[in-house]
Design a protein around this ligand. Structure first.
Ligand code: XMP
Length: 326
């Protein structure tokens, strides 16, 4: 039997009871695989790696070390939440690495989107590798691979980036959710006690805000983007829409527009709001956010985010526009 093929008769995990049964089964399977060995996990804070972390903490506790690399391109509050949930509440072995300066220094002046992605991906592996080398006796690497990763990309989780470790650092993989679809991973995460804000999170690209701070990233524009994005997320959540929009975010371009502040001319950045619905991310429709809500979000961004003097709403479907701006 191919271990990477979901059996035709595998029941879809849709209820808490089915999730509990899955968790019990995987706890046993992980214990059997790992024995008293040590396991390493790159914990981004995304749904898949978070669920794997919670599952492994339940199965093997302190035999697991989670490494959370903050590349400086996380959304507001995300790294803090990872530390709170896994470090404080679940009492995991958590290594938190603030690598913000390393990433932003490397990205300074780099405009081309794919070059930015490559730099972020390569540096992520380097930081993770450095941390892994500090640990002794690790023989397993856990990954949040899910079934669509296997179906769509040869089983390699692009944004996890840890597939590119050097030859002398090859580990045996532990992939407890690799046969699950995303909605099943969420049900399992809920049963493991992870907060809804983590389990129901919208998709977030591996390069993070790096592909939404358009062109060459600067710290001040990145800070403005992070604040504007936090306001958008807060207002969407407050309006009760968080669960019904696939992806919503802010992008900030690398040019300024004219504005007026305190009766004086100001040259500040525009903030672009994008909200889309899609089934498979191959095509996407723009969400018709209520006008009053858009005006409220606009007013808050303009009042609360230094450096932003305009707000635009992106009306482009995919195609022709991709979901991300870069
Ligand atoms: P696009 O922009 O191609 O995005 O329409 C489709 C989906 O993929 C996500 N995305 C990425 N995810 N690394 C990722 O892990 C990336 O470099 C990347 N680029 C886009 C995007 O957020 C959307 O959900």
């Amino acid at each position: 039997m191919d271990p990477n093929k979901r059996p035709d008769d595998m029941v879809r995990i849709t209820t808490p009871e089915l999730a509990q049964a899955f968790i019990e089964e995987q706890v046993e399977a992980v214990r059997a695989q790992v024995g008293d060995g040590k396991v390493l996990l790159a914990l981004s804070g995304g749904v898949d790696s978070s669920v794997v972390a919670a599952l492994l903490i339940k199965a093997i506790g302190k035999q697991l070390t989670c490494v959370h690399v903050n590349h400086g391109l996380m959304r507001k509050g995300e790294s803090e939440q990872v530390c709170q949930v896994f470090g404080d509440e679940l009492d995991a072995n958590l290594v938190y690495v603030d690598a913000t300066d390393r990433f932003l220094d490397l990205l300074a002046g780099v405009e081309e989107p794919e070059t930015k992605r490559k730099i972020i991906g390569a540096e992520f592996i380097r930081v993770f590798e450095e941390e892994a080398r500090k640990l002794e006796g690790v023989s397993f690497l856990a990954q949040g691979t899910i079934y669509p990763d296997i179906l769509e990309s040869d089983g390699v989780k692009a944004h996890h980036n840890v597939g590119g470790l050097p030859d002398d650092m090859q580990f045996e993989l532990v992939e407890p959710v690799k046969l699950l679809f995303k909605d099943e991973v969420r049900v399992v995460g809920r049963e493991l006690g992870l907060p809804a804000s983590m389990v129901d999170r919208q998709p977030f690209p591996g390069p993070g805000l790096g592909v939404r701070c358009l062109g060459a990233i600067t710290r001040d524009r990145l800070a403005a983007l992070r604040e504007a994005d936090a306001i958008l997320r807060e207002e969407i959540a407050e309006a009760g829409l968080a669960g019904s929009i696939w992806q919503y975010f802010v992008a900030v371009p690398d040019f300024r527009a004219t504005g007026v502040r305190d009766d004086k001319r100001a040259y500040e950045w525009p903030a672009i709001i994008r909200a889309v619905n899609t089934v498979d991310a191959m095509t996407a429709d723009v969400v018709e956010i209520d006008w009053a809500l858009l005006k409220k979000i606009t007013a808050r961004i303009l009042a609360e985010v230094p450096g932003i003097c305009r707000v635009c709403y992106d009306l482009t479907p995919k195609p022709t526009g991709t979901i991300e701006w870069e």
